[in-house]
Write a protein that binds this ligand. Sequence first.
Ligand code: GLA
Length: 330
Amino acid sequence: MIRAHAPGRVNLIGDHTDYLGGLVLPMAVDLGTTVEGEAGGDRVVLRSANEDEPAVIPLDVDPTTVAPAWARYVAGVVAEVRPATGFTGTVMTSLPIGGGLSSSAALEVAVALALGFEGSALELAEACQRAEQAASGVPSGIMDQLASAAGVENHALLVDCRSLDFRPVAVPDDLEIVVVDSGETRTLIGSAYAERRAQAEMAEMVIGPLRDANTLDLQRLDDPLLAARARHVISENARVWAFAEALEGGWPDEAGALMAASHASLRDDYEVSTPVLDTLVERLSARPGVYGARLTGAGFGGCVVALTTPGALSEGWKVRPAAGARVTSA
Ligand code: GLA
């Protein structure tokens, strides 16, 4: 029997920066996905309690042709790992599906390990990022898969998405991290995400890599829309550094203020928030004991993350930074 577990993730700060070689600060959470089964046969067959139809994947699969939709993520991983034999098993998850805690990344990483993937956490994340892109058609970055593969208990991960170096940043025990689902399902997310990425890349064609740019460079962008997109990325990268420093320095008020600024930038400059997310962030931020709150992940619906004193919020999921993916029995 092989059992592999992969956590979901929440991003504390640094959104829409990973695919531009920027900085992110996600953490793996204590909710995740477990794949359990036996190797053998010539297909990968997985059943999930959350899905009516199983994933039945031939080993020489083209992921884009697979149905049902969830099976495409499994197929994307099969195409990357290319296992010598098939696998039959089950998928169990404690993550809300499509709820903004990277249930798809957790599925990919758990399946890859169950199929015998060998390599570093970074190589695992890269293979699963390619699987995600093939399955979804969305040009997503590496953050979700890397957080799931390389998480460290009690720590967030400061990731430089250009060098792909990452280091753990301790999350103090006296801070609570709460994820609240907006209840708004993310429609059109794929096309809007690709459009934002294309706009940021257009800005880079004029002023060079946004990772190296500063606010003075923005004056060279005539198009106000591209300037706004670039301003978000430049300012968000700076906020990630400052937030990591604030966590390490024990300055939660400062960290909370950076989260508020991040949300405003995602709302006004990158335009990936929604009225529902804005209202939720405002409501949570006004509560006593809440240092700050922001949308987390791609936006257009999904979840909000809040940094609070213990017990400040009674809603949402209280998550703790968890260890990354692992094979727990083989
Ligand atoms: C999604 C993508 C990530 C990242 C975030 C936005 O979660 O999968 O790669 O781009 O959106 O920060």
